[in-house]
Design a protein around this ligand. Structure first.
Ligand code: ATP
Length: 275
Protein backbone atom coordinates (compact mmCIF):
# COMPACT_ATOMS: atom_id res chain seq x y z
CA UNK A 1 0.00 0.00 0.00
CA UNK A 2 1.37 3.41 -0.96
CA UNK A 3 2.25 5.66 1.98
CA UNK A 4 0.26 8.91 2.24
CA UNK A 5 2.49 11.80 1.30
CA UNK A 6 2.29 15.03 3.28
CA UNK A 7 2.88 18.09 1.05
CA UNK A 8 6.18 19.83 1.79
CA UNK A 9 5.65 23.04 3.77
CA UNK A 10 6.88 25.17 0.86
CA UNK A 11 4.21 23.62 -1.40
CA UNK A 12 1.34 24.55 0.90
CA UNK A 13 -0.53 27.65 -0.29
CA UNK A 14 -0.49 30.53 2.18
CA UNK A 15 -3.53 31.18 4.36
CA UNK A 16 -3.65 34.78 3.15
CA UNK A 17 -2.37 35.74 -0.25
CA UNK A 18 -2.34 39.22 -1.79
CA UNK A 19 -1.58 39.43 -5.50
CA UNK A 20 -0.72 42.60 -7.38
CA UNK A 21 -3.27 44.62 -5.41
CA UNK A 22 -4.15 48.16 -6.46
CA UNK A 23 -6.32 50.42 -4.30
CA UNK A 24 -7.74 53.83 -5.16
CA UNK A 25 -9.50 56.29 -2.82
CA UNK A 26 -12.20 58.65 -4.10
CA UNK A 27 -11.71 57.24 -7.64
CA UNK A 28 -8.45 59.17 -8.08
CA UNK A 29 -5.99 58.72 -5.21
CA UNK A 30 -3.90 55.73 -6.20
CA UNK A 31 -2.47 54.39 -2.92
CA UNK A 32 -1.58 50.70 -3.37
CA UNK A 33 0.35 50.11 -6.59
CA UNK A 34 0.65 46.39 -7.17
CA UNK A 35 1.18 44.92 -3.69
CA UNK A 36 1.85 41.19 -3.33
CA UNK A 37 2.29 39.50 0.04
CA UNK A 38 1.81 36.05 1.58
CA UNK A 39 0.95 35.08 5.13
CA UNK A 40 1.43 31.34 5.76
CA UNK A 41 -0.87 29.64 8.26
CA UNK A 42 0.42 29.61 11.83
CA UNK A 43 3.09 32.28 11.30
CA UNK A 44 3.62 35.89 12.29
CA UNK A 45 4.41 38.12 9.30
CA UNK A 46 5.53 41.73 9.82
CA UNK A 47 4.70 44.67 7.57
CA UNK A 48 6.92 47.70 8.12
CA UNK A 49 6.74 51.13 6.58
CA UNK A 50 6.83 54.84 7.34
CA UNK A 51 3.74 56.99 7.84
CA UNK A 52 1.60 57.11 4.73
CA UNK A 53 3.23 54.09 3.06
CA UNK A 54 -0.16 52.37 2.68
CA UNK A 55 -0.07 49.77 5.46
CA UNK A 56 -3.49 50.62 6.92
CA UNK A 57 -4.94 50.76 3.42
CA UNK A 58 -3.71 47.22 2.81
CA UNK A 59 -5.32 46.03 6.07
CA UNK A 60 -8.58 47.75 5.08
CA UNK A 61 -8.49 45.88 1.79
CA UNK A 62 -7.95 42.58 3.63
CA UNK A 63 -10.81 43.08 6.07
CA UNK A 64 -13.24 44.64 3.59
CA UNK A 65 -13.24 48.09 5.20
CA UNK A 66 -12.22 50.11 2.14
CA UNK A 67 -15.82 51.02 1.28
CA UNK A 68 -16.23 52.92 4.54
CA UNK A 69 -13.30 55.12 3.48
CA UNK A 70 -14.39 55.60 -0.16
CA UNK A 71 -11.66 53.27 -1.29
CA UNK A 72 -11.84 50.40 -3.75
CA UNK A 73 -9.73 47.54 -5.09
CA UNK A 74 -9.21 48.35 -8.76
CA UNK A 75 -6.85 45.52 -9.66
CA UNK A 76 -5.37 42.34 -8.23
CA UNK A 77 -6.79 39.94 -5.65
CA UNK A 78 -6.84 38.79 -2.04
CA UNK A 79 -7.34 35.10 -1.32
CA UNK A 80 -8.04 33.68 2.12
CA UNK A 81 -7.86 29.92 2.58
CA UNK A 82 -7.94 29.65 -1.21
CA UNK A 83 -11.08 31.76 -1.67
CA UNK A 84 -11.21 35.25 -3.21
CA UNK A 85 -12.29 37.81 -0.58
CA UNK A 86 -11.40 41.19 -2.12
CA UNK A 87 -14.97 41.98 -3.16
CA UNK A 88 -16.71 40.60 -0.07
CA UNK A 89 -18.33 42.75 2.65
CA UNK A 90 -16.54 43.01 6.04
CA UNK A 91 -19.10 40.86 7.88
CA UNK A 92 -18.58 38.00 5.44
CA UNK A 93 -14.79 38.32 5.66
CA UNK A 94 -14.96 38.35 9.47
CA UNK A 95 -17.13 35.24 9.47
CA UNK A 96 -14.50 33.49 7.34
CA UNK A 97 -11.90 34.15 10.04
CA UNK A 98 -10.07 37.41 9.30
CA UNK A 99 -10.23 39.93 12.11
CA UNK A 100 -8.59 43.35 12.20
CA UNK A 101 -7.59 45.22 15.36
CA UNK A 102 -7.70 48.83 14.21
CA UNK A 103 -4.97 51.34 14.91
CA UNK A 104 -5.70 53.55 17.92
CA UNK A 105 -7.40 51.00 20.18
CA UNK A 106 -11.01 51.50 19.07
CA UNK A 107 -12.93 50.18 22.03
CA UNK A 108 -16.41 51.13 23.20
CA UNK A 109 -15.35 53.58 25.91
CA UNK A 110 -18.78 53.74 27.58
CA UNK A 111 -19.14 49.97 27.91
CA UNK A 112 -17.47 47.76 30.50
CA UNK A 113 -14.62 45.43 29.66
CA UNK A 114 -16.97 42.46 29.71
CA UNK A 115 -19.54 44.19 27.49
CA UNK A 116 -16.81 45.04 24.97
CA UNK A 117 -15.83 41.37 24.85
CA UNK A 118 -19.46 40.30 24.41
CA UNK A 119 -19.75 42.63 21.40
CA UNK A 120 -16.67 40.95 19.92
CA UNK A 121 -18.21 37.54 20.55
CA UNK A 122 -21.43 38.08 18.60
CA UNK A 123 -19.96 36.16 15.62
CA UNK A 124 -19.59 33.04 17.79
CA UNK A 125 -22.50 33.41 20.25
CA UNK A 126 -22.44 29.82 21.50
CA UNK A 127 -18.81 30.10 22.57
CA UNK A 128 -18.95 33.48 24.32
CA UNK A 129 -18.32 32.01 27.79
CA UNK A 130 -15.42 29.80 26.71
CA UNK A 131 -13.86 32.53 24.59
CA UNK A 132 -14.16 35.08 27.37
CA UNK A 133 -12.40 32.71 29.77
CA UNK A 134 -9.68 32.22 27.18
CA UNK A 135 -9.28 36.00 26.78
CA UNK A 136 -9.18 36.45 30.56
CA UNK A 137 -6.55 33.72 30.73
CA UNK A 138 -4.41 35.58 28.20
CA UNK A 139 -5.02 39.00 29.72
CA UNK A 140 -5.52 38.53 33.50
CA UNK A 141 -5.63 42.29 33.98
CA UNK A 142 -8.85 42.38 31.94
CA UNK A 143 -10.38 39.75 34.23
CA UNK A 144 -9.54 41.95 37.23
CA UNK A 145 -11.17 44.92 35.52
CA UNK A 146 -14.06 43.08 33.88
CA UNK A 147 -16.73 45.41 35.31
CA UNK A 148 -14.76 48.61 34.81
CA UNK A 149 -15.80 51.14 32.14
CA UNK A 150 -13.37 50.62 29.25
CA UNK A 151 -12.71 54.34 28.80
CA UNK A 152 -11.00 54.39 32.20
CA UNK A 153 -8.45 51.70 31.33
CA UNK A 154 -4.81 52.62 30.66
CA UNK A 155 -3.53 52.72 27.05
CA UNK A 156 -1.94 49.28 27.36
CA UNK A 157 -5.09 47.78 28.88
CA UNK A 158 -7.19 49.30 26.09
CA UNK A 159 -4.87 47.72 23.52
CA UNK A 160 -5.28 44.37 25.29
CA UNK A 161 -9.05 44.85 25.29
CA UNK A 162 -9.04 45.62 21.55
CA UNK A 163 -7.02 42.45 20.93
CA UNK A 164 -9.19 40.43 23.32
CA UNK A 165 -12.35 41.63 21.61
CA UNK A 166 -10.97 40.46 18.25
CA UNK A 167 -10.09 37.06 19.73
CA UNK A 168 -13.71 36.61 20.90
CA UNK A 169 -14.63 35.85 17.28
CA UNK A 170 -12.11 32.96 17.14
CA UNK A 171 -10.21 34.41 14.16
CA UNK A 172 -7.98 32.23 12.08
CA UNK A 173 -5.97 35.29 11.06
CA UNK A 174 -5.48 38.41 13.16
CA UNK A 175 -4.53 41.71 11.50
CA UNK A 176 -2.86 44.00 14.03
CA UNK A 177 -2.43 47.67 13.11
CA UNK A 178 0.32 49.32 15.17
CA UNK A 179 -0.46 47.62 18.51
CA UNK A 180 2.56 49.24 20.20
CA UNK A 181 1.75 52.79 19.12
CA UNK A 182 2.08 55.29 21.97
CA UNK A 183 2.75 52.68 24.66
CA UNK A 184 5.59 52.73 27.22
CA UNK A 185 8.48 50.28 26.54
CA UNK A 186 7.45 47.93 29.35
CA UNK A 187 3.91 47.70 28.00
CA UNK A 188 5.23 47.18 24.46
CA UNK A 189 7.15 44.21 25.85
CA UNK A 190 3.91 42.80 27.29
CA UNK A 191 2.02 43.31 24.02
CA UNK A 192 4.85 41.62 22.15
CA UNK A 193 4.71 38.59 24.48
CA UNK A 194 0.94 38.43 24.07
CA UNK A 195 1.19 38.42 20.28
CA UNK A 196 3.64 35.51 20.53
CA UNK A 197 1.26 33.67 22.87
CA UNK A 198 -1.77 34.29 20.65
CA UNK A 199 0.19 32.96 17.69
CA UNK A 200 1.42 29.95 19.64
CA UNK A 201 -2.18 29.04 20.38
CA UNK A 202 -2.81 28.74 16.63
CA UNK A 203 -3.77 32.18 15.32
CA UNK A 204 -1.94 33.45 12.24
CA UNK A 205 -0.86 37.09 12.59
CA UNK A 206 -0.15 39.90 10.14
CA UNK A 207 1.54 42.58 12.24
CA UNK A 208 1.76 46.15 10.96
CA UNK A 209 4.29 48.06 13.00
CA UNK A 210 6.52 51.10 13.00
CA UNK A 211 8.36 49.48 15.91
CA UNK A 212 10.50 47.46 13.53
CA UNK A 213 12.71 45.99 16.25
CA UNK A 214 9.72 44.47 18.02
CA UNK A 215 8.00 43.27 14.86
CA UNK A 216 11.10 41.66 13.35
CA UNK A 217 12.06 40.01 16.64
CA UNK A 218 8.85 37.98 16.77
CA UNK A 219 7.99 37.46 13.11
CA UNK A 220 9.19 34.83 10.69
CA UNK A 221 9.06 36.98 7.59
CA UNK A 222 8.90 40.71 6.95
CA UNK A 223 7.84 43.07 4.21
CA UNK A 224 8.82 46.73 3.86
CA UNK A 225 6.33 49.02 2.16
CA UNK A 226 7.01 52.45 0.73
CA UNK A 227 4.75 54.67 -1.36
CA UNK A 228 2.23 51.90 -1.89
CA UNK A 229 4.76 49.28 -3.03
CA UNK A 230 6.57 46.42 -1.36
CA UNK A 231 10.26 47.34 -1.63
CA UNK A 232 11.72 44.49 0.42
CA UNK A 233 10.59 41.01 1.34
CA UNK A 234 12.84 38.70 3.38
CA UNK A 235 12.98 36.43 6.42
CA UNK A 236 12.86 38.72 9.48
CA UNK A 237 16.32 37.60 10.62
CA UNK A 238 17.78 38.81 7.32
CA UNK A 239 15.89 42.10 7.53
CA UNK A 240 17.34 42.67 11.01
CA UNK A 241 20.81 42.40 9.43
CA UNK A 242 20.04 44.52 6.38
CA UNK A 243 21.97 47.78 6.50
CA UNK A 244 19.13 49.88 5.06
CA UNK A 245 16.57 48.44 7.45
CA UNK A 246 18.98 48.99 10.35
CA UNK A 247 19.52 52.56 9.29
CA UNK A 248 16.01 53.64 8.32
CA UNK A 249 13.82 51.49 10.55
CA UNK A 250 15.97 50.64 13.55
CA UNK A 251 17.85 53.95 13.73
CA UNK A 252 21.20 52.18 13.98
CA UNK A 253 24.51 53.19 12.43
CA UNK A 254 26.89 50.86 10.62
CA UNK A 255 28.46 49.52 13.81
CA UNK A 256 25.15 49.16 15.58
CA UNK A 257 25.48 52.51 17.36
CA UNK A 258 22.22 54.36 17.85
CA UNK A 259 21.99 57.38 15.57
CA UNK A 260 21.18 60.73 17.14
CA UNK A 261 17.88 62.37 16.23
CA UNK A 262 19.86 65.07 14.37
CA UNK A 263 21.67 62.46 12.26
CA UNK A 264 18.45 60.63 11.37
CA UNK A 265 16.62 63.86 10.61
CA UNK A 266 19.31 65.14 8.29
CA UNK A 267 20.06 61.83 6.71
CA UNK A 268 19.95 62.35 2.97
CA UNK A 269 21.37 59.20 1.39
CA UNK A 270 18.90 57.55 -0.93
CA UNK A 271 17.75 54.15 0.21
CA UNK A 272 19.38 51.50 -1.88
CA UNK A 273 16.07 49.76 -2.60
CA UNK A 274 14.81 52.91 -4.34
CA UNK A 275 17.91 53.49 -6.47
P1 ATP B 1 0.03 55.57 8.95
O1 ATP B 1 0.88 54.74 9.82
O2 ATP B 1 0.37 57.03 8.99
O3 ATP B 1 -1.44 55.30 9.08
P2 ATP B 1 0.02 53.93 6.60
O4 ATP B 1 1.23 53.31 6.04
O5 ATP B 1 -0.92 53.08 7.36
O6 ATP B 1 0.43 55.18 7.45
P3 ATP B 1 -2.28 54.72 5.05
O7 ATP B 1 -3.03 55.19 6.26
O8 ATP B 1 -2.72 53.49 4.38
O9 ATP B 1 -0.73 54.60 5.37
O10 ATP B 1 -2.26 55.91 3.99
C1 ATP B 1 -1.63 55.79 2.72
C2 ATP B 1 -1.99 57.00 1.88
O11 ATP B 1 -3.38 56.97 1.60
C3 ATP B 1 -1.71 58.34 2.57
O12 ATP B 1 -1.19 59.23 1.63
C4 ATP B 1 -3.08 58.79 3.04
O13 ATP B 1 -3.17 60.19 3.05
C5 ATP B 1 -3.99 58.20 1.96
N1 ATP B 1 -5.32 57.89 2.50
C6 ATP B 1 -5.61 57.09 3.54
N2 ATP B 1 -6.94 57.03 3.75
C7 ATP B 1 -7.51 57.80 2.81
C8 ATP B 1 -8.86 58.16 2.47
N3 ATP B 1 -9.90 57.67 3.16
N4 ATP B 1 -9.06 58.98 1.43
C9 ATP B 1 -8.02 59.47 0.71
N5 ATP B 1 -6.72 59.18 0.95
C10 ATP B 1 -6.46 58.36 2.00
Amino acid sequence: MAATMQPAESDASPLLSVNNLEVVYDDVIHVLKGVSLDVPEGKIVALLGANGAGKTTLLRALSGLLDVHDGEVTKGSVHFAGRPVHHLPPTKIASMGIKQVLEGRRIFAELTVEENLRVGGHVAPRSIKTNMERVFGLFPVLAERRRRTAGYLSGGEQQMLAMGRALMSEPRCLLLDEPSLGLAPLIVQQIRDLIVEINASGTTVLLVEQNAAMALAISEHGYVMENGKIVMDKPSKELLDDSDVREFYLGLGAEGATKSFREVKHYKRRKRWLS
